[in-house]
Design a protein around this ligand. Structure first.
Ligand SMILES: *Cc1c(COP(=O)(O)O)cnc(C)c1O
Length: 361
């Protein structure tokens, strides 16, 4: 077998090896069809079965009932920054946004083009090193929805539990922690996630929307921007990203085979603890960048005593097969993204490398 690296990149990110092998097995001829999934009609029987299976498996994983529709769209989470307000803000044309990082800022930027945005809390003054407390949220009971980012990919913070919004629908950008644990779907109006961090290849965007909210989508919207059109056409209004949906479906089966999201979450907690313990027990050599209670299980951010050492760390790590450790260009430092597919063994070896590096430097 070709040598594989320990891929700690924030996204596009690591996929389960089992999924890659499964796709490889069917690469030339998907289940005897004589074609790769990429080569077949999205309206044919074979792909129809793939997308229906993928929808059903996602419902099983998260416990999604038929009050919700699942869409497989394109345009990334970035297009959802626009689609959410275009569809859900009317008729009141005002929405609440909780700002915990750069992605939330970008969501706000697009929402402002549609209507009034009320920033109900922001932790920008703390350099986004924490998640606001419920008591800090200045929620408007008349808002069309409340938008939050469940995991802040760049800053390494994550909500332990959802903000409470009463009867106002909760909208979540879950791009970097989708399916890392089970959710209580009753709390949500809409969840969206680009696939390339924790689900599959770049190109697919998953949107889960409570069906009653579809009434808000106006016929005057541009067709692709309208959730109702996509629901009515079962994600086939236009050609969907067929290969991406297929791979996401294999990832869902991988999660189901492992025992589902409770088992995944247990593994994620254990894995993240191995790394955070190493940081906390380094006598201050490695310093976590966020407050402890808001630490992300997916993106572990930390610093070394100075930038020269950080550069050396990344370089030597790379020679040892650990790739993608450089923090986001806007914040620097180290970021180890340990999504669902990243193996515990890789985290343990990274910790060993960190111990050695500290001793030698
Ligand atoms: C990566 C990311 C995005 C942007 O995703 P695109 O697919 O590039 O549009 C948005 N939100 C969060 C939380 C992300 O991590």
């Amino acid at each position: 077998m070709e040598k594989r690296i320990y891929n700690l990149s924030a996204g596009p990110a690591i996929l389960p090896e089992e999924v890659l092998f499964e796709a490889q097995k069917d690469f030339i001829s998907y289940k005897g069809s004589g074609m790769n999934v990429m080569e077949m009609s999205h309206r044919g029987k074979i792909f129809d079965a793939i997308i229906k299976d993928t929808d059903a498996d996602l419902r099983k994983l998260l416990g999604i009932d038929d009050k919700f529709s699942i869409l497989f769209l394109q345009g990334g989470a970035t297009l959802q920054f626009s689609m959410v307000p275009l569809n859900l803000m009317p008729p009141k044309n005002k929405a609440d946004y909780i700002v915990t990082g750069s992605w939330a800022e970008k969501a706000v930027k697009e929402a402002k083009r549609v209507g009034a945005v009320n920033i109900v809390a922001t932790t920008k003054a703390d350099n986004y090193t924490r998640i606001p407390k419920q008591s800090e949220l200045k929620l408007d009971a008349e808002a069309s929805y409340v938008h939050f980012t469940s995991n802040n990919t760049i800053y390494g913070t994550e909500w332990r539990s959802e903000p409470e919004t009463g009867n106002v629908p909760l909208v979540c950008d879950a791009s970097s922690d989708f399916l890392h644990k089970k959710l209580d779907m009753n709390k949500y109006g809409l969840i969206y996630a680009g696939a390339q961090k924790n689900i599959g290849p770049a190109g697919v965007t998953i949107v889960i929307i409570r069906k009653d909210l579809l009434e808000r989508s106006s016929d005057s919207l541009h067709t692709y921007m309208n959730y109702k059109i996509h629901v009515d056409n079962e994600s086939m209004y236009n050609t969907p990203t067929t290969f991406g949906i297929y791979i996401a479906g294999l990832v869902f089966k991988w999660l189901l085979n492992m025992g589902g999201l409770d088992e995944m979450y247990k593994r994620n907690v254990e894995k993240a603890n191995v790394l955070y313990d190493a940081i906390d027990n380094s006598d201050g050599y490695y310093k976590g960048t966020t407050v402890k209670e808001d630490r992300s299980l997916m993106n572990v951010t930390y610093r070394l005593p100075n930038e020269q050492l950080e550069e050396k760390f990344i370089k030597e790590a790379s020679a040892k097969n650990f790739s993608g450790l450089k923090g986001h260009r806007s914040v620097g430092g180290i970021r180890a993204s340990i999504y669902n597919a990243f193996p515990r063994k890789g985290v343990e070896e990274l910790v060993q490398f960190m111990t050695d590096f500290k001793r030698n430097n």
